[in-house]
Design a protein around this ligand. Structure first.
Ligand SMILES: [Zn+2]
Length: 175
């Protein structure tokens, strides 16, 4: 069994009026990501939605504008995915406060229980939350696939660098 990890497909990052909109490159991954979620549903394999959810005094706001406040519009999954996440019994939401989906969350435990053969990763931003979550998957010896068509960043150069880094240093299979 494989697991799909969908990182930060949230309105503040994906909607043009969002607080930290990642741009057209990010919008372009939406059809690929929704198709992957559908594929996993059809195969009855787990989908984990990793979701930024900050308190208003989060120190991350010293580095980035205020975004994804817990419970706000911007912290919601994009409309294309919201129903999928609600309807699908094997979907799980993990709320995080840091770049890594593991820090301060039950993700490590959830994955241990699932014991997937492979973790497939899509989402934003390639060089931030995707990279630092993939690094932690690597620490835990998971076999990881990252789809080029399924990840994006507001910074194309950093996106390309991060894909190369995941492939050459973290041993990720970049497809
Ligand atoms: Zn954040």
């Amino acid at each position: 069994m494989n697991a799909l990890m969908v990182i930060d497909l949230l309105k503040d990052f994906l909607e043009p009026q969002g607080a930290l909109y990642c741009g057209e490159a990010a919008r372009q991954i939406i059809p690929f990501v929704t198709a992957k979620v559908t594929e996993f549903r059809q195969k009855e394999q787990p989908v984990i939605f990793i979701m930024d959810a900050h308190q208003k005094d989060d120190l991350e706001f010293n580095r980035f504008p205020v975004h994804c406040l817990a419970g706000s519009w911007g912290a919601e999954l994009i409309d294309d995915l919201a129903d999928q996440a609600e309807e699908y019994a094997l979907a799980k939401k993990i709320f995080k406060q840091r770049y890594s989906g593991f820090y301060g969350t039950p993700l490590a435990e959830n994955l241990r229980e699932l014991a997937p053969e492979e973790v497939q990763v899509v989402g934003v931003c390639t060089n931030i939350c995707v990279l630092y979550t993939v690094e932690e998957l690597c620490n835990r010896d998971y076999k990881v696939v990252v789809y080029r068509q399924g990840v994006a960043s507001f910074d194309l150069q950093a996106h390309n660098w991060a894909l190369a880094q995941m492939e050459s240093v973290l041993g990720t299979n970049v497809l």
